[in-house]
Write a protein that binds this ligand. Structure first.
Ligand code: MRU
Length: 351
């Protein structure tokens, strides 16, 4: 078993981020000692994935305090820097939740802030481990009821592994658990246009774990599902509304629709820190619109006609009615059967 990856780490004086823009060809760590660099790293997806940016944001508060001391900032200037970290990307609620949780210790000073950020990180790993077990138990039981006894063929979209979290992974954590139990045949990893989190990052993690997989074009997913080549799909989330509507990487809703048509489970695996009970429905979720070049160019070379405009929503919303199961660290909610997060989850301070 390879050493567990740490996408986000505190070095004692700053952040060490695995630069995910360089993977799979280069595995390098980027040192971050100031807020501008952190905001830029979050926006360029050096660090990405809802729980990972939650942890980075939590440590971002410490970074703002240290930079403020170095540069002689007023408290208002430190708070303004924290606000910039909090707003670096709009969709994943973990970023805001991580910053807000740590800010409850701001008045106690740097050590308290660092203690709280470390707790955000530690609790995320523990949540992922719990989700892995709950998700694998649920899937194996459901598929056994449906007469499936053989190892499973699982489709996933985007990257939800150790790189996207504080460690282990959410949806990919369930997949790793199935593999560890000897109950996984193969993973279909959607390549995840336009930034290729599936082919660059998920496939890289699966290689590290020795997990058999295919990378497929996003456009292949519905056909693979409808041909009966997939037993279940499992994805992560960036924000889950009280009614179970789920924002995740663009392309997710098409996977969910195909699963519904094929009658196979569509699971969302996310810690309760990704559930935002203040958001009633998916219509209220702010979907990040990214730059046009990401869809008009390929590896920096223009592919679309010069006259074309690009439309580049980074996420979409899957209606709760299509979410067969929401796997959290507290167990599995059968959302499409009426177990809504708003009714079933009684959140603590972390959301
Ligand atoms: O734009 P990204 O790469 O940050 O998007 C990531 C996703 O959509 C993930 O599926 C989600 O954050 C869950 S990660 C455990």
């Amino acid at each position: 078993m390879p050493q567990e990856l740490r996408a986000v780490d505190w070095t004692g004086s700053g952040l060490a981020l695995i630069d995910q823009t360089l993977l799979p060809h280069r595995h390098e760590t980027m040192a971050v000692h100031d807020v501008d660099t952190l905001v830029d790293a979050i926006q360029r997806l050096v660090v990405r994935g809802a729980p990972a940016i939650g942890a980075a944001g939590a440590y971002g508060v410490a970074l703002a305090i240290i930079e403020g001391e170095r540069e002689g900032w007023t408290e208002a200037e430190v708070r303004a820097a924290v606000a910039r970290v909090r707003e670096a990307r709009p969709t994943a609620v973990n970023l805001m939740a991580g910053v807000d949780r740590v800010m409850t210790r701001f008045a106690e000073g740097l050590d308290a802030v660092l203690e709280e950020a470390a707790a955000v990180q530690r609790e995320d790993v523990a949540a992922n481990r719990a989700m892995g077990a709950f998700g694998a138990d649920w899937l194996l039981a459901k598929l056994q009821q449906a007469g499936v006894e053989r190892p499973l063929r699982i489709l996933t979209h985007c990257n939800t592994g150790a790189l996207a979290t504080a460690g282990w992974g959410t949806a990919l954590g369930v997949i790793r658990e199935l593999h560890a139990r000897g109950r996984l045949e193969v993973v279909y990893a959607d390549e995840t246009r336009p930034l290729l989190q599936g082919s660059r990052l998920t496939a890289w993690e699966l290689v590290q774990e020795g997990i058999p997989h295919y990378v497929q074009a996003d456009g292949a997913a519905a056909g693979t599902i409808l041909r009966g080549e997939v037993d279940a799909a499992i994805v992560g989330a960036d924000r889950i509304a009280a009614n179970g509507d789920t924002a995740n990487k663009v392309g997710t809703v098409g996977v969910a629709l195909a699963c519904a048509d094929a009658g196979i489970p569509f699971l969302v695996a996310a810690p309760t820190t990704t559930v935002d009970l203040a958001t009633g429905t998916g219509d209220e979720i702010h979907i990040e619109l990214r730059g046009e070049a990401e869809v008009l160019e390929w590896a920096g070379v223009r592919t679309a006609p010069a006259e074309s405009r690009g439309h580049n929503p980074a996420f979409d919303v899957t209606p709760g009615r299509l979410v067969t199961g929401l796997v959290t660290e507290r167990g599995v909610l059968e959302v499409s059967a009426g177990e809504l997060p708003g009714d079933r989850l009684n959140m603590g301070r972390s959301v």
